[in-house]
Ligand binder design. Structure first.
Ligand code: NDP
Length: 313
């Protein structure tokens, strides 16, 4: 029986493991498909406190992993494929056919940024393509970038990037923005941002990184026009998908799929089951906020186990 099972190996999962390990809970982390989490698709991290000169994202995740192991965390490389949270101990099945029971479960499975599905997004990932302006915007100071999307995230990212870049194009597929009025106004009032309505991206080009995007205006209409837009960076902001599918049957999620937790704690409605990091955070989605919620989840897990043991005596 595992006392504390942690699903996901991003900042939330590793931080939960560090705290749970130090509390003597002998946590077991299942890394899943993307060990290190979303950070491993960016390059350098400059906004994680404690690293004055910045740190390579993969190095940061490796260090967190080693820190978790130092306190006794066992790291397994499988992915959960099924869950039964109907009663404690909770059951999880993995892609190698194994099944484990646990007394506490910390879900730190993160969220996945949505991409358009172009081959070029893969080709230029980390060398001009990003799904996180806060992570990578700094590398585009005084450059020209494009943001794809017309929602609140896209407007927020465009506004953020406009503080750094010389020019920001907002590529919107509809003739209007979906974002809230306040957010739209911020975009409209910003001289550096130019909105390209009714525009879709066909591909990207560049030799050692992104140098431009192939765009199409009013695709399929009589006045369709294809053209190339020179840019240095291409930012996706078309939404995130929280990795919560496995738990929808058991836990309350919002309409997008983010796991609902209680009053700014990582507690879910199921006792002993906690959600930490981006899988429960539609708003901040930062490594540091994920780490903080992982810490809270481990503290909650320890408290729950102490109460469980006291009740059993
Ligand atoms: P949304 O789903 O609201 O918006 C996604 C945007 O991306 C839409 O404009 C959509 O276009 C566009 N899009 C989706 N798929 C494609 C595609 N394949 N090609 C081109 N464009 C595409 O996601 P957000 O991440 O913006 O927001 C998620 C939630 O978080 C919302 O409820 C939002 O209000 C909230 N939020 C709030 C913030 C705040 O209050 N500060 C900040 C950020 C988010 P279309 O309109 O045509 O469907």
């Amino acid at each position: 029986m595992i006392e504390c099972l942690i699903l996901g190996a991003g900042p939330a999962g590793y931080t939960a493991a560090i705290y749970a390990g130090r509390a003597g809970l002998r946590p077991v982390i299942y890394e899943g498909l993307q060990p290190g989490g979303q950070l491993t698709i960016t390059t350098e991290i400059e906004n994680f406190p404690g690293f004055a000169e910045g740190i390579d994202a993969n190095q940061l995740m490796l260090t967190m992993r080693q820190q978790a192991e130092r306190f006794g965390a066992e790291i397994r490389s499988h992915t959960a494929v099924r869950a039964d949270l109907s009663q404690s101990p909770y059951k999880l099945w993995f892609d190698d056919g194994s099944m484990e029971e646990c007394l506490t479960l910390i879900i730190a499975t993160g969220a996945t940024a949505k991409y358009l599905g172009l081959d070029d997004e893969q080709k230029y990932q980390g060398i001009g393509v990003s799904a996180c302006a806060t992570c990578d915007g700094f590398f585009y100071r005084k450059k020209t970038v494009a943001v794809v999307g017309g929602g609140d995230t896209a407007c927020e990212e465009a506004t953020y990037l406009a503080n750094l870049a010389n020019k920001v194009y907002l590529i919107v597929r509809k003739p209007y923005l979906r974002a809230s009025k306040a957010m739209q106004q911020r975009v409209m009032e910003n001289e550096k941002i130019e909105v390209l309505y009714e525009t879709n991206t066909l591909g990207l080009y560049g030799t050692d990184g992104v140098e431009g995007a192939h765009l199409v205006h009013r695709k399929g209409e009589a006045d369709e026009r294809q053209y190339d837009l020179p840019i240095d960076g291409f930012f996706l902001a078309i939404g995130h998908k929280p990795n919560s599918d496995l738990f929808r049957e058991w836990l309350q999620t919002d309409e997008i799929g983010y796991i609902m937790t209680q009053e700014s704690t990582p507690r879910t409605a199921v006792p002993g089951v906690f959600a930490a990091g981006d899988v429960a955070d539609p708003l901040y989605r930062q490594a540091i906020t994920a780490a903080a919620s992982g810490c809270k989840a481990a503290i909650e897990a320890e408290k729950y186990l102490t109460e469980l043991k006291a009740a059993a005596q």
